[in-house]
Ligand binder design. Structure first.
Ligand code: HEC
Length: 295
């Protein structure tokens, strides 16, 4: 095993400390910013989802009862909670596809509402675990990262059954429009679909990464400067003078003839050590001379 040098020990320890600080600082900052981005996205998604819920209940409570009293020759989609919520949301998102609100079902009335693989998976999880009221997370779609909030659609209101029970019971005009094959057979208490709302987080995550790289770059620069300043100071005050002192002391210990003075440069402690060794040599020389005279 090689004995470590003072230069090696100090350099290695500095690098270890800097690396740990860089990782902890960068990692901690990343977690904080990402958490913040997620919280913001969640706040926005929650806000939008409560508006969708409000439109749904407004339609069920205020529009549906009044429209059903009119015996019009056409089916009014405006009376459909799912239609109202999705239509209003499309105007709110103004064509930005990252903002999406879907009411997807396994057996939908409107084919455009058929659940995709991701939605089918969500519906399954809600069905398997009745206590699960909400799911959220990150979803990759078309190169975009989206924050999603999902809630089960459960048939709780008997008014829903008017249109989703059997084609015979449903408004004739509705059946004429959507056909008698899908969107029926739903029962009170069934989880028939999922409300899925997404908001974009691609930009927020990108800014997080940019900020973290700036921080890491800044820290690395400060660390590099600190590393060179500290190693140069150590070289000038300790390691260099110590080397010179060691060489001189080594030379002096091997030849008894000449006794050149030891160099006294470097930090205070090194100078004191050199002076002490010098005094030790002088007294040792004197003692040796006296011993030689006696013999
Ligand atoms: C007036 C008839 C009617 C009533 C009442 C009604 N729905 Fe619907 N529902 C429809 C129609 C029609 C659609 C398709 C709308 C469209 O074009 O997107 C639909 C769509 C849906 C969808 C989207 C998936 C699909 O089937 O296309 C869900 C979920 C849904 N309804 C749940 C409910 C719930 C829950 C209630 C009770 C609060 C309810 N519906 C009340 C007629 C109705």
């Amino acid at each position: 095993m090689t004995v470590p040098t003072i230069r090696g020990v100090i350099r290695r320890n500095l690098l270890i400390v800097f690396l740990i600080a860089l990782l902890a600082g960068g990692g901690g900052f990343y977690m904080l910013l990402r958490n913040d981005a997620m919280n913001n996205a969640e706040g926005e998604a929650r806000m939008l989802l409560s508006s969708a819920m409000a439109i749904r209940s407004y339609t069920t409570q205020h529009i549906l009862p009044n429209f059903t009293k009119m015996n019009d020759a056409v089916f009014h989609e405006e009376t459909v909670p799912a239609f109202a919520a999705q239509t209003v949301f499309r105007s709110v998102s103004a064509g930005d596809h990252a903002y999406m609100y879907r009411e997807a079902a396994l057996n939908p009335t409107s084919v455009s509402d058929r659940a995709g693989p991701f939605e089918v998976d969500l519906i399954r999880q809600f069905r398997n675990d009745g206590s699960l009221k909400e799911m959220r997370g990150i979803l990759d779609q078309g190169g975009q990262r989206l924050f999603y909030l999902a809630r089960p659609i459960q048939i709780k209101d008997p008014k829903c059954i008017i249109c989703h029970d059997t084609p015979q019971r449903a408004p004739k005009l509705m059946v004429a429009k959507y056909g008698p094959n899908n969107g029926f057979g739903w029962k009170l208490g069934d989880i028939v679909g999922v409300q899925l709302l997404t908001v974009p987080v691609t930009q927020q995550f990108r800014s997080t990464l940019e900020l973290v790289s700036i921080l890491i770059g800044g820290l690395a620069l400060i660390f590099a400067i600190a590393y060179f300043a500290l190693t140069a100071a150590m070289e000038a005050t300790v390691a260099g003078p110590l080397d010179k002192l060691t060489q001189a002391a080594d030379r002096a210990s091997r030849s008894s003839a000449s006794t050149p003075a030891l160099p006294t440069t470097g930090a205070h402690e090194i100078r004191t050590l050199a002076e002490a060794i010098q005094r030790l040599r002088v007294s040792l020389g004197k003692a040796l001379t006296q011993l030689g005279e006696r013999q």
